[in-house]
Design a binder for this molecule. Structure first.
Ligand SMILES: *[C@@H]1O[C@H](CO)[C@@H](O)[C@H](O)[C@H]1NC(C)=O
Ligand SMILES: *[C@@H]1O[C@H](CO)[C@@H](O)[C@H](O)[C@H]1NC(C)=O
Length: 418
């Protein structure tokens, strides 16, 4: 064997070693996922190198951006809602009736992702085409430059800007048919902002009803102080809690692409701080102080997970971390970051909720537990569990059969329920 063929052989071996990732048997197109994952890792490494050279973090993401280009059916505009950049997708065809709307929040671990990414741009166009809806795809400032609650507040500000009579009229949107949706970190922000919106609304309504019912009940809807109620929230593999980083789904899927346990913990900790102390404590699952012990009941998987997802796992009481962590970084115990930490009274009155979970996803149990908590609080929930799904699957609808299948189901569900 010559030197050349030896080199080729070694290169091939190294390449397959780099690309090969063990995957569960029922994941379709496993090699495609391995290669996609290898490309993502290369992109992340390249971003890391660029960052050392002075570029902003996750610079490679810039190459996924597309300009706001209108097509035959959809008018696309980049604009600001309350100073927050959003991309608006409107059907071109005139309509004699008001349209429904989807307020969409992209994922990317609060550190990456953009409404201008081709995947999110494409998803929005598909929604417009399928639903004849107006789609608002919002951006928000990202970590590590900005930490919690900036991301939450940006999204909340944009949503509030949108949920006003005047703005809805301008876009021809029916105030009774609005959906707030997001995937992954965007699902986290969707759940958090919908909770806040719901609580402000119900508090105001309660006050208004007690104070003014007799005189003005029928005018309640015209009260500019009473927020427009979101009809549906849709949470696609959302991140909903930071308290327990050792849920069965974290144990089972720690090394499954697209989202490794290590990366999810990194994203969570970066959401709150760039200080590595929190990350280390979260990785050891020893970050919640003993004073916050009462919160563990909200994420107790031995009571909140359906039996089949508990199989093979032993529940042990949570371990505690030092008190100063939560004092320094209170965000990780904040309900605006962890929707599962809301008590039942705050969950009541939430709109019809669609939750999508994937079997091979560290965030699976966050979604499953929220399904249980919402149902117990009397909220109507539609739960879609993807048995052969991995994290991020809807963003891969162009390349994975399972992604296309789930996206079609998702659009059909919205078509029928929004
Ligand atoms: C526009 O809508 C028509 C009819 O639904 C469809 O056939 C066509 O592919 C759409 N064009 C684009 C660019 O999406
Ligand atoms: C979790 O639930 C189990 C019962 O299924 C209970 O024994 C345990 O004390 C609970 N843990 C916490 C921290 O609430």
């Amino acid at each position: 064997m010559g030197k050349k063929s030896l080199c080729l052989l070694i290169s091939c071996a190294l390449l397959s070693y780099f690309v090969y990732t063990p995957l569960p048997d029922n994941i379709e197109q496993p090699w495609k996922l391995m290669i996609t994952w290898a490309v993502i890792r290369c992109g992340a490494s390249l971003s890391g190198i660029l960052e050392i050279l002075g570029f902003p973090p996750y610079a490679v993401g810039y190459f996924f951006q597309v300009p706001p280009t209108s097509d035959a059916n959809v008018t696309v505009t980049d604009t600001l809602f309350n100073k927050v950049p959003v991309r608006v997708f409107e059907p071109k065809q005139k309509s004699s009736t008001m349209r429904r709307a989807v307020f969409y929040i992209h994922g990317g671990g609060w550190t990456a992702g953009d409404a201008r990414w081709i995947t999110y741009d494409d998803l929005a166009r598909q929604m417009v085409n399928k639903l004849d809806a107006v789609v608002i795809s919002t951006n928000y400032r990202l970590s590590p430059q900005y930490h919690f609650p900036t991301q939450f507040e940006d999204v909340y500000d944009a949503l509030r800007w949108f949920l006003r009579k005047k703005v809805l009229e301008e876009y021809g949107v029916d105030p009774a048919r609005i959906c707030v949706a997001g995937d992954s970190a965007g699902g986290n922000l969707a759940a958090g902002t919908t909770q806040k919106e719901n609580n402000i609304r119900t508090k105001k309504e309660r006050r208004n009803i007690t104070e003014k019912t007799k005189r003005l009940r029928h005018r309640l809807l015209d009260d500019p102080e009473v927020k427009i109620k979101v009809k549906i929230q849709s949470l696609i593999y959302p991140a909903l809690q930071t308290l327990d980083m050792d849920l069965p789904s974290y144990r089972e899927n720690a090394y499954i692409p697209i989202l490794l346990k290590y990366d999810m913990v990194l994203f969570w900790s970066l959401y709150f701080t760039s200080d590595k102390v929190l990350r280390e404590a979260m990785l050891a699952n020893q970050h919640t102080p003993v004073e916050s012990n009462h919160l563990f009941k909200f994420v107790n998987w031995s009571t909140l997970l359906p039996e089949r997802f508990q199989k093979g796992h032993l529940y042990t009481s949570p371990m505690h971390g030092p008190a100063d962590l939560a004092k320094k970084f209170p965000g990780f115990l904040d309900v605006r970051a962890s929707s599962l930490l809301a008590d039942d009274s705050k969950l009541q009155g939430l709109p019809l909720t669609h939750i999508l979970t994937c079997q091979y996803d560290v965030l699976r149990d966050d979604g499953l537990m929220y399904v249980s908590r919402l149902r117990a609080a009397g909220v109507q929930v539609v739960h879609e569990h993807v048995e052969d799904g991995f994290h991020g699957i809807l963003s891969f609808s162009m390349s994975f059969k399972a992604g296309q299948r789930e996206l079609n189901k998702y659009l059909k569900w919205l078509e029928e329920n929004l």
